[in-house]
Design a binder for this molecule. Structure first.
Ligand SMILES: Nc1ncnc2c1ncn2[C@@H]1O[C@H](COP(=O)(O)OP(=O)(O)OP(=O)(O)O)[C@@H](O)[C@H]1O
Ligand SMILES: [Mg+2]
Length: 273
């Protein structure tokens, strides 16, 4: 399906991504991990053609992605929707209009200017919001929602494009553990139920382990690990993060587990009442 070969990005002397090769045969949920500056965002951005590559190739279903221009490039960009850490919504605009923005690629300038959305698109936007559990917020301004809700709006906007791939750059880095869990579960469901490929840069090991079928570890622009999460031992993690003996899993761990423990304790407490 997706084949990346010797993909490289140099910013001047700095090699952000260094001859990265990955073959993805079927839609999987993939987590990319690695310390800050390892090249995770640059890799995702090259996939989406937001950042031009320096050398190497990207093929999707046999098509040479790095060669696409103009309309063909825009079509590709709508097929691999991006989700960002900071949601990138229009804060003062209502939720449903934010979601409808996901259809911009295929609408005329006039229709966009006058906010003319086809009724079927509006219905679809509401359906998608409903699926993500936030339909009741559709008329509210995006800025009135919590971070987790805003990220789900961003996911809804991505889904409006009916993408084959969802690229998520640190989708939960700004969220509290509870919201982080809701957003990761939403991505997982989209992968499982729709069969879409999800590639997410994740800043914590346990999130990658918990939600992904495959984990790619990057270090200094190179892919140094690519396997199922069960192969991600502590010593391997140490190698990816380039940490010494002081490396501790908890340093890269979110509080999701702590939260689970809290929830479990609460449920147990309630069971006594
Ligand atoms: N637009 C740019 N211009 C110059 N250098 C850049 C640019 N974008 C990224 N870099 C450099 O490329 C390298 C990889 O950056 P990248 O943002 O891909 O890392 P990352 O793994 O996503 O890090 P983080 O976890 O902090 O998001 C870094 O050394 C960074 O400074
Ligand atoms: Mg990054």
């Amino acid at each position: 399906m997706l084949k990346i070969e010797k993909l490289t990005k140099a910013f001047g002397q700095n090699i952000a991504v260094d001859a990265a090769s990955v073959a993805i045969e079927r839609p999987q949920m993939i987590g990319i991990i690695g310390r800050s500056g390892a090249g995770k965002s640059t890799l995702l951005r090259m996939l989406n053609r937001l950042t031009e590559h320096t050398s190497g190739t990207i093929h999707f279903d046999g098509q040479d992605i790095t060669a696409l221009k103009g309309a063909a490039k825009r079509t590709w960009q709508s097929q691999c929707a991006m989700i960002f850490q900071q949601f990138n919504l229009v804060p003062r605009m209502d939720v449903v209009s934010n979601v409808l923005h996901g259809t911009l690629n295929r609408r005329s300038t006039m229709a966009t200017l006058f906010n003319l959305y086809p009724t079927e698109d509006i219905h679809r936007a509401i359906d998608i919001l409903d699926r993500l559990g936030i339909a009741e917020h559709a008329p509210k301004r995006a800025e009135a929602l919590s971070g987790g809700q805003q990220q789900r709006v961003a996911i809804a906007r991505a889904l409006m494009q009916d993408p084959k791939i969802i690229l998520a750059d640190e989708p939960i880095a700004s969220l509290d553990p509870m919201n982080a869990q809701v957003v990761m579960q939403a991505l997982r469901r989209i992968h499982e139920e729709d069969g879409r490929m999800v590639i997410a840069n994740l800043h914590t090991l346990d999130t990658a382990r918990r939600y992904c079928d495959r984990v790619i570890g990057m270090r200094a622009g190179k892919i140094v690990f690519d396997a199922t999460p069960d192969k991600l031992t502590t010593s391997m993690a140490r190698e990816i993060y380039g940490a010494g003996a002081e490396f501790s899993e908890s340093a890269t761990s979110t509080e999701i587990e702590a939260l689970d423990a809290q929830e479990k304790a609460k449920m147990e407490a309630e069971a006594y009442v």
